[in-house]
Design a protein around this ligand. Structure first.
Ligand SMILES: Cc1cc2nc3c(=O)[nH]c(=O)nc-3n(C[C@H](O)[C@H](O)[C@H](O)COP(=O)(O)OP(=O)(O)OC[C@H]3O[C@@H](n4cnc5c(N)ncnc54)[C@H](O)[C@@H]3O)c2cc1C
Length: 422
């Protein structure tokens, strides 16, 4: 049986970060990746000469460690301008600060409801938080609806621990200003988004991939933390001194054959999965960089334009879009045909381009998208993390930490997992 100093499970950015730390410590790390390609969520795919990332990916990393790596790749910068579609109208983001396009009476009703918002939080769940922030009318019309699309979970079942700077807090001055004019400032939590000139988002980590020792097509199927052995789907077994895992925590718990209380806690950890409907268009459209959709009968929560991120993502004279549709758990709540029909309907309703110019609708799935912050999730996560740690396994990355990490944070998570290891 082969023996390796550091075995890393998963060749996404977190695993690549761990391998980088190992190299800097003068140690040998080998990454084992289930898919036949590296990059994890940062990978991309091509359809008929069009390149699509795995959902929207733009970088706003500020950490020196990450910038030093990403900035080796020539990149384009975009202002973080996004827009929202609801009931036939376009509103700037965030909607509560950009009510200008709405009819006067609707604006008055929404603002009056904001003024009458509950003074006390009244509960620890996300729905209470939304009502307390924005008032019932804005909360019900916009974010509560959006939550059932994006999180595939009712707002009352979610905690608020993930919010951070992701939701703009409501202020009367901003709401009033945006009701009178559409000349509102961009309040998004980052001003500038970076994206590789060529090669898709993955180009930012191509250097790390090239420098790392990676074995693709190796799905781990069992982890024995006592014997320190990993077994792969083809029956190969590899011994290790140190195991770094970037696998989803519930998957790792199963591979370790953890005791029942740990497996039970792990089974309660839920993430969204994502249906990606990628659209190639035979005309050079200037789409928004990304947009949010509030209408419930339109399944996509978000659409972005790969060709807007970089023209390198589409053949000359063409453009592209990708629709993101979310489900709770690893199975989709829709059929492929329903998703494609609905993407067609969405394109028509939003009037983004001439439907006759669409060359194809491609469908594929990501089994793990966003960790869902169900109320009480952290207690279950702590149980699983403690078990993994007790067995000397370093679990890192978005799904290894089971947290809402951006790519830069996932890189650092992998990098730091090994720091202090020697
Ligand atoms: C919809 C969406 C939009 C996002 N947008 C942005 C953005 O704009 N900017 C940004 O910075 N970040 C963004 N992110 C976050 C970013 O994608 C993640 O932080 C990052 O890619 C996670 O990397 P990772 O290595 O932790 O996980 P992954 O990339 O998931 O890597 C884990 C790897 O483990 C492999 N694996 C799984 N099971 C096994 C097994 N049994 N054996 C071996 N290998 C296995 C998987 O195939 C995968 O390659 C977004 C994420 C999503 C879902």
């Amino acid at each position: 049986m082969e023996h390796i100093d550091i075995v890393v499970l998963g060749a996404g950015i977190a695993g690549l970060g761990a391998a980088l730390a190992a190299r800097r410590q003068g140690r040998r790390a080998v990454l084992f990746e289930a898919r036949h390609r590296s990059g994890g969520l940062l990978d991309n795919f091509e359809v008929d000469g069009f390149r699509f990332d795995h959902a929207v990916h733009l970088s706003f990393a500020s950490e020196p460690l990450v910038r030093e790596i990403f900035d080796r790749t020539p990149y384009l910068t975009h202002p973080a301008d996004s827009t929202c579609f609801e009931d036939g109208r376009w509103l700037k983001h965030p909607v509560q600060n950009n009510l200008h396009p709405l009819p006067p009476q609707q604006k008055v009703d929404l603002i009056q409801s904001f003024l009458a918002r509950p003074a006390e939080l009244g509960g620890e769940d996300y729905e209470h938080w939304l009502r307390h922030q924005y008032g019932d009318a804005i909360a019900e019309r916009f974010p509560i609806k959006y939550t059932t699309k994006y999180w595939a979970t009712p707002a009352q079942d979610l905690s608020t621990t993930w919010i951070g700077n992701r939701m703009r807090r409501a202020e009367l001055g901003e709401i009033l200003f945006g009701a009178f004019t559409d000349e509102t400032p961009n309040t998004y939590y980052t001003k500038e988004m970076r994206y590789p000139e060529k090669g898709g988002y993955k180009a930012f980590i191509q250097g790390l991939i090239d420098e790392s020792e990676i074995r693709t097509g190796h799905a781990a199927v069992a982890v024995d933390p006592v014997q320190r052995v990993v077994t792969f789907a083809d029956g190969t077994r590899v011994g290790y001194d140190r195991l770094v895992s970037t696998l989803p925590l519930p998957v790792l718990a199963r591979l370790m054959d953890a005791p029942a209380p740990v497996l039970n806690a792990a089974s309660r950890l839920k993430a969204t999965s994502i249906d990606l409907i990628s659209v190639g268009i035979d005309s050079p459209e200037d789409f928004p960089l990304w947009l949010y959709i509030y209408d419930e009968d339109l399944l996509a929560s978000r659409i972005y334009s790969p060709s807007k991120k970089s023209p390198d993502n589409a053949p000359a004279g063409c453009s592209s879009l990708q629709f993101e549709v979310y489900s709770r758990g690893t199975e989709s709540r829709y059929t492929k045909q329903a998703l494609i029909d609905n993407a067609r309907l969405t394109l028509e309703r939003l009037g983004l381009c001439d439907p006759a110019a669409v060359r194809f609708y491609d469908h594929r799935r990501l089994p793990y998208g966003n960790v869902i912050f169900d109320r009480g999730m952290e207690a279950d996560r702590d149980i699983v993390r403690a078990h993994v740690k007790e067995h000397g396994i370093l679990s890192c990355g978005r799904f290894g930490e089971w947290d809402y990490l951006w790519s830069n944070q996932s890189l650092i998570s992998g990098y730091e997992a090994l720091s202090g290891d020697r």
